[in-house]
Ligand binder design. Structure first.
Ligand SMILES: Nc1nc2c(c(=O)[nH]1)N[C@H]1C(S)=C(S)[C@@H](COP(=O)(O)O)O[C@H]1N2
Ligand SMILES: [Mo]
Length: 334
């Protein structure tokens, strides 16, 4: 995502236990490379999924089946599960697309605490079981468009963020919502090494305007393809905002804070000219280094199934969300 940003190597500054973690990580990667596994995961078929884990000598993270009702369908062909869980951006576990599936299987998500705080009448703390029990779960089939110009169609399971925010009773000062990913360098190798974590400042943070957060499309996701989230997709709970570039959909959230001012966001901090606060999918506003007019839809099968399609304004959700930006210059507010 950030190829032209300088990565000052600072591993020599790290305390010894972190250097050791990185050493183990790098050894593992070169081992996998020798065996020819690194870089091949995008070509896997569904049936190859179990195989992938055994070849890589990984015990897959255990997901659990969820009950939910169907509520939001799509005409689009679903991206196969094996691709949804093996082609990921989750820099806390490394910057290559197959790093998260390789490095996150031991991620411990139970116990978990998600705090809702800030300009609210009632602070909330949700623990692991609450994430699945507090609100009825629904399935939402959404397109997901990464700013890197690839996209998927994913059957998420979750509940509207609006329900959680209402429960916390925001006061009149609440104008924005600030989200934060877990900070745990012992479990997330990218957080203890600039090289592995891509130079991102951790914890990963994101934000929405309150009306964006309250829009019925905005989902807190706890699962996909009928089961709880695998760690590489943001277990145990992540945001999904389908009309915005994928980087807004922050993973493994521990804090949601209602705030008065526009909060800082990770990619905007790193490269403000390239990544704005709004990040609405917009085929007419190019990234400074590439076009956003089209995207590669990741579907099934081999190379010829990787369709190049036109990108739609607001990722095709114009009807549901365009009103949020009525009087805004979307070129300025990218
Ligand atoms: N904490 C955290 N959240 C994150 C990211 C990340 O690196 N760290 N990557 C983002 C990007 S760039 C994308 S495209 C989506 C990818 O979600 P997926 O791997 O479930 O498809 O997660 C987003 N959420
Ligand atoms: Mo992304």
């Amino acid at each position: 995502m950030i190829k032209n940003i300088s990565r000052k190597s600072s591993s020599w500054q790290l305390p010894e236990h972190q250097v050791t973690d990185e050493g183990v990580y790098l050894k593992r990667r070169s081992f996998l490379k020798q065996l020819g596994f690194v870089g091949t995961s995008a070509l896997l078929s569904s049936s190859a999924q179990a195989d992938w884990f055994s070849k890589n000598e990984l015990t897959p993270f255990v997901t659990k089946p969820l009950s939910f009702k169907n509520s939001f369908k799509s005409e689009d062909v679903l991206t196969p599960e094996a691709k949804v869980i093996s082609h990921n951006n989750f820099y806390e576990f490394g910057t290559s697309k197959n790093d998260p599936i390789e490095n996150a299987q031991q991620f411990n998500v139970n116990p978990w605490q998600l705090n809702v705080s800030g300009e609210v009448g009632k602070e909330l703390t949700l623990d692991y079981d609450d994430l699945y029990k507090l609100f009825p779960l629904e399935e939402r089939i959404y397109r997901m468009r990464c700013v890197e110009a690839w996209s998927m169609v994913i059957p998420w399971i979750g509940f509207p963020l609006a329900q959680l925010i209402k429960k916390a009773q925001p006061n009149s000062k609440a104008k924005y919502v600030a989200f934060e990913t877990l900070y745990d360098p012992k479990q997330m190798p990218g957080q203890s090494s600039r090289r592995i974590g891509g130079g991102v400042k951790y914890p990963y943070v994101e934000g929405l305007r309150l009306d964006e957060a309250m829009n019925p499309l905005t989902l807190m996701s706890v699962g996909l393809y009928g089961k709880s989230l695998p760690p590489q997709n943001g277990a145990p709970i992540r945001l999904v905002v389908p009309w915005k570039y994928g980087f807004k959909s922050i993973k493994s959230i521990v804090s949601i804070k209602l705030v008065e001012k526009m909060p800082p966001t990770t990619w905007n901090i790193l490269a403000p000219r390239e990544y704005g606060f709004y990040a609405n999918v917009n085929p007419q506003v190019d990234h400074p280094r590439w076009s956003q007019a089209s995207e590669r839809r990741i579907t099934s099968g081999g190379l010829f199934a990787r369709n190049r399609i036109e990108t739609m304004p607001f990722n095709g959700y114009e009807e549901q969300v365009a009103h949020l930006y009525k009087n805004m210059d979307l070129r300025k507010n990218y």
